[in-house]
Design a binder for this molecule. Structure first.
Ligand code: UD1
Ligand code: CA
Length: 456
């Protein structure tokens, strides 16, 4: 039986108090709706239909690329009305699974169980028992414990409000039946809306079996309505990701202080200390150590490399057995060969560095190519920008740049050259020789330091 999934995502989300539509609010740096659509895809459905409405243009421009059938709901007249918009595109013989765009943590396994519970002809509801059911639709059962309806909080009487089993909103049923029930809905209720939940009573009336499957945890079915719930969901997502990575062998010094906002792959025996923020696609080789408070964005780190505390790396490739930081900043297009060292307060950008080269302290090296075994002394700066254009610095194998030099690009320091400390290098320096540009040191004989007059 083909499966069609309808995702309801047209609501406004006023409580977010944001110019960004609710379903575009980020969870793990990806829009809420993206999480739902990705989970839906894991069920391998015939088609995914997304009912959108509020913030339509923003939603389309951010997520228009998704392989789904976009169904526009111009006016949000209720969840039943929303499903009715999409049901036109679903054939009678199919099964329909309804998801919410703002319930992003739902697991594919839970949905698979729900679809299975629905079978070919039953209506399956996903429910959860809450200590505080305020605001939710309550599951109403008859004397023999059969589900006979859902009553919304605002329509519930005092007794019904004591029911703690609530509707998560997620359900699965046969398309043909659903189509029929949807046209029978009315909006004669406290909110003047077409409630999807009213189909449950219609199903019971029609003698269709209604089954309630319970969700694995309340967190999984939590709807996100405000920034507090968004933050709570973020922690749940982070813990899930951390658990998966640890199951695959990654050592996290504290999974509660780890944030992955993208994808991380790690070879065996990697260790990540506290407060790491990992963004985009990050790949760690084998035995990589990441110190506390590091940010890694879109980068590849080679085997055995150590990244010390407070390092920021973005759009870079780091070779095997390198030493980076503490307090290093590798900016985009930094490529380090094996055993390279980038030490504290060093900033790099658009550079290629050969094996074994070192820049241990206080440097800016940008738009440069360094050979192997180059030594860059403390305080060296490549002056790559003349106010209009960027220029390149080339440093050959085994060159030694003394401390506090400025290399004014375009300039080349040939292999094996030594640049004396404190030099400003504006012309190419030849191979194997010492080049210095600083003024000679003099000592002035008989010079006296000025003195203040002493009052007596
Ligand atoms: C709904 C359920 C309630 C359940 C609760 C769980 C109904 C009538 N009530 O209530 O039983 O306990 O969810 O969170 O279904 N949407 C549209 N178009 C609309 C209206 C809503 O796309 O016209 C979307 C919203 O964007 C949201 C979802 O449907 O993703 C649920 O809508 P919401 O208004 O939050 O429903 P609740 O009143 O919370
Ligand atoms: Ca809601």
């Amino acid at each position: 039986m083909p499966l069609h999934i309808i995702v309801l995502a047209a609501g406004q989300g006023t409580r977010m108090r944001s110019a960004l539509p609710k379903v575009l609010q980020p969870l793990g740096d990806r829009p809420l709706l993206t999480h739902v659509v990705e989970t839906a895809q894991r069920l391998d459905p015939e088609r995914i239909h997304v009912v959108y409405g509020h913030g339509a243009e923003q939603v389309q421009s951010a997520l228009g690329y998704l392989d789904v059938n976009w169904v526009h709901q111009a006016e949000q007249l209720g969840t039943g009305h929303a499903v009715a918009q999409a049901i036109h595109d679903v054939p009678d013989g199919a099964r329909v699974l309804v998801l919410y765009g703002d319930v992003p943590l739902i697991r594919a396994e839970t949905l698979e169980n729900l679809v299975e519970a629905a079978g070919g002809d039953s209506l399956a509801l996903l429910t959860v028992v809450l200590d505080d059911p305020t605001g939710y639709g309550r599951i109403v059962r008859d004397d023999s414990n059969r589900v006979i309806g859902i009553v919304e909080h605002k329509d519930a009487d005092g007794d019904q409000r004591h029911i703690r089993e609530v509707n998560t909103g997620l359900l699965c049923g046969p398309a043909g039946r659903l189509r029929d029930w949807l046209v029978r809905l009315d909006n004669d209720n406290a909110q003047g809306e077409y409630y999807l939940t009213d189909i449950v009573a219609l199903a019971a009336e029609d003698g269709v079996r209604v089954v309630a499957g319970q969700a694995g945890s309340a967190a999984e079915v939590q709807g996100i309505n405000d920034k507090r719930e968004l933050a709570a969901a973020e922690r749940v997502l982070q813990r899930r990701q951390a658990d998966e990575l640890m199951a695959a062998g990654l050592t996290l010094r504290d999974p509660a202080r780890f944030d992955l906002r993208g994808t991380l792959t790690a070879g065996p025996d990697c260790v990540i200390d506290v407060n790491a923020v990992i963004e985009g696609e990050v790949a760690l080789g084998a035995g990589v150590h990441v110190g506390p408070n590091c940010v890694l964005r879109q980068c590849r780190i080679g085997d055995g490399t150590q990244i010390h505390a407070h390092t920021v790396i973005e759009h870079a490739r780091v070779g095997d057995r390198c030493q980076i930081g503490p307090f290093a900043r590798l900016r985009p297009d930094t490529e380090l060969g094996e055993r390279a060292k980038v030490g504290n307060f060093v900033e790099t950008k658009n550079i290629k560095v050969g094996a074994g080269s070192k820049m241990p302290h206080l440097s800016y090296v940008g738009d440069a190519e360094l050979g192997a075994d180059v030594n860059v002394g403390a305080g060296v700066i490549t002056c790559n920008y003349d106010g209009a254009a960027k220029h390149k610095t080339v440093i050959g194998d085994g060159a030694f740049i003394g401390s506090d030099c400025q290399l004014v690009a375009p300039v080349e320091v040939a292999a094996g050259a030594t640049i004396g400390a404190g030099s400003t290098i504006t012309k190419d320096a030849p191979a194997g020789k010492l080049t210095v540009s600083r003024a000679r040191q003099v000592t002035v004989e008989g010079w006296q330091r000025p003195r203040k007059d002493r009052k007596t």
